[in-house]
Ligand binder design. Structure first.
Ligand code: HEM
Length: 544
């Protein structure tokens, strides 16, 4: 029978039935391909079995954070891991207890892989436009190697960008209050400032470039949500279809970025080839330069291509933009909903005034004195975490991963994560864990600083603990930037960026919240940002 005739003989109800059968079979294949976890690890949700896993894969969207909280109290606090269900196309995750984190973060990448886990949860093969670049973590390595080292050089430029970005977003009207949604405010500032670090001043204010990059980051979030609900066998079709948007957004940005990247690449290659004309050329310190420098150093000739460089921006834009926007928004919300009696904004403003350089831009040293501002961010990251678990690892060792303390082996393909939500709100670790205490850490730091040298010498162990209370210090109790050797390498930049943004706002604007901040809404493991929370600002007639 010819195909048109064959199609004509199939009724629509038969088509629906085939479709449904295909879906069910695909889900069964997914379930069968998941690693089998040791039976003694308790499971949250409805429990073991394919039907329960199927139901829980839908409940994941609304119940994940409750499973994480309950599991922490029932098992995590007693030193036991537990399993949280995942959408059907992904294996469930094993949530490790705090006293196993040192063991966890000690595992080498060829046994417990960070990159493979990130690639799986981010569907990198589709979202980052092809397997080859997505599966080589070169840009992460470049950020690890170069960012912290060049911060002092970068900060004055970042400060310049922040002043411009904040003034553009908030305006200069000293008579009238301006209303602005908090989300929009941070989304106007952060991509610009981030791209001053990544690609420099020629392009970081270019609207088409920025729009493309922000939309690209949005595409990743949306595609991730959809793909994890679709059976794996269909990913090659849906992944490719969905990533058409990613491609278009990257292309739109790339048309703007190409001339800048090409010019930088040509100049750096000529300098490397000892071209007389370029002997005095010094490239600006930004991510594009670091990519080229590192590629030259490692003789990675395939990385010395302007299109490849432009694509290398993508994972870093994704890692940097929404994380910082969410952190900034939640921090500002926490500050503005604090009891006005505490006078927290005045306290922070006074600290900024006391430490602002009398002339010229902010320096790294001056920013390091803003311990109260630092504490207020760290406390917000503790209380108002935007993810219940933010760290993913997957077992890649053929023979699995043996845990000597607990006596079981996680098979290859297992997913492991840590309990950020439970840890950050544990009353045994943080008194009044559900209240925002912006000076929680700076009180301790300042009390320590006030001690005599003699006292400090006597209590050296306490000193080590206190020094670990700055916002960039990660620990098994504070996981906002992850922990261990894959902890966020961007955090050194973010710490300066957020402080400078707030310093500029506190010095130059009056600011108040409009109405109430809505309750947190969770979708799976992350919050859905409050798009409606609103503030009013008015430029001060003279700087504070
Ligand atoms: C407030 C903002 C940010 C937050 C909360 C944040 C959070 C995190 C976390 C939790 C991880 C570890 C994930 C894991 O272990 O599975 C991570 C990794 C990473 N972050 Fe950030 N991040 C932020 C901003 C940035 C920025 C601005 C950059 C770059 C300029 C950046 C670049 C990276 C990179 C490259 C990695 C991967 C590191 C590796 O795998 O070795 N992040 N981030």
């Amino acid at each position: 029978m010819a195909i048109p005739e064959l199609m004509g003989s199939v009724t629509s109800s038969q088509l629906w039935s085939f479709g449904a059968l295909f879906l069910v079979l695909s889900f069964i294949v997914d379930f069968a391909s998941h690693p089998q976890y040791p039976r003694q690890i308790p499971v949250m949700g409805k429990g073991h079995g394919i039907l329960n896993a199927f139901l829980d894969s839908f409940r994941y969207v609304t119940n994940y954070v409750d499973w994480i909280r309950d599991g922490y109290n029932k098992f995590g606090k007693k030193g036991m891991p537990f399993i949280v269900p995942a959408p059907f196309s992904r294996p469930p995750e094993v949530v490790m207890p705090r006293d196993q984190l040192a063991w966890l973060f000690d595992q080498p990448d060829n046994i417990l892989s960070t990159y493979d886990a990130h690639n799986a949860v981010l569907f990198s093969e589709y979202n980052f436009l092809g397997r080859r670049l997505a599966y080589d973590p070169f840009p992460n390595r470049v950020i690890h190697k170069h960012l912290a080292r060049h911060l002092s050089t970068v900060i004055p430029h970042v400060d310049d960008e922040i002043q411009h970005a904040v003034d553009t977003a908030l305006g200069t009207d000293t008579d009238n209050w301006k209303s602005i949604k908090l989300w929009n405010l941070w989304l106007e500032i952060v991509p610009r400032v981030t791209n001053r670090l990544l690609i420099g001043p020629e392009i970081c204010r270019n609207k088409q470039f920025l729009d493309g990059m922000v939309k690209f980051a949005d595409d990743i979030v949306r595609n991730g949500l959809l793909l994890q609900l679709i059976p794996k066998v269909l990913h090659p079709i849906f992944g490719r279809l969905l990533s058409i948007f990613n491609y278009l957004h990257w292309r739109s940005s790339n048309t703007q970025a190409q001339p800048v990247i090409q010019k930088r690449l040509d100049a750096m290659l000529k300098k490397a080839a000892v071209d007389e004309e370029y002997k005095d050329y010094t490239p600006p310190e930004d991510f594009i330069t670091w990519l080229i420098r590192q590629a030259l150093l490692e003789q990675k000739t395939d990385e010395l291509d302007s299109t490849v460089i432009s694509r290398r921006l993508l994972p870093i834009e994704f890692a940097a933009i929404h994380t910082t926007v969410l952190t900034g928004q939640l921090w500002m919300q926490d500050l503005l909903t604090s009891d006005p009696e505490t006078g927290i904004l005045d306290i922070l403003r006074a600290e900024v005034i006391a430490n602002k350089p009398s002339s010229g831009p902010w320096t790294k040293a001056a920013i390091s004195n803003l311990v109260r501002l630092d504490s207020s961010i760290r406390e917000s990251q503790r209380l108002s975490n935007f993810a219940a678990t933010l760290i993913e690892r997957t077992v890649v060792a053929q023979n699995g991963l043996y845990n000597p303390d607990l006596g079981w082996t996680l098979p290859k393909g297992s997913f492991v994560t840590v309990n950020l939500e439970g840890t950050h709100h544990d009353p045994d670790l943080y008194p009044n864990p559900h209240s925002y205490d912006p000076l929680r850490y700076s009180r301790l730091r300042e009390a320590w600083d006030a001690k005599s040298d003699e006292e400090k010498k006597r209590d050296a162990a306490e000193g080590t603990k206190i020094r670990g209370l700055g916002m960039v210090t990660t620990s098994a109790q504070h996981l906002a930037f992850g922990h261990g050797r894959h902890a966020c390498p961007g955090r050194f930049f973010v710490a300066h960026e957020l402080k400078l943004i707030m310093a500029h706002i506190l010095l130059n604007y009056d600011i108040k919240l409009v109405g109430k901040v809505p309750e947190k809404v969770w979708i799976g493991s992350s919050i859905f940002p409050h798009l409606k929370a609103e503030i009013q600002v008015r430029r001060k007639k003279t700087q504070a």
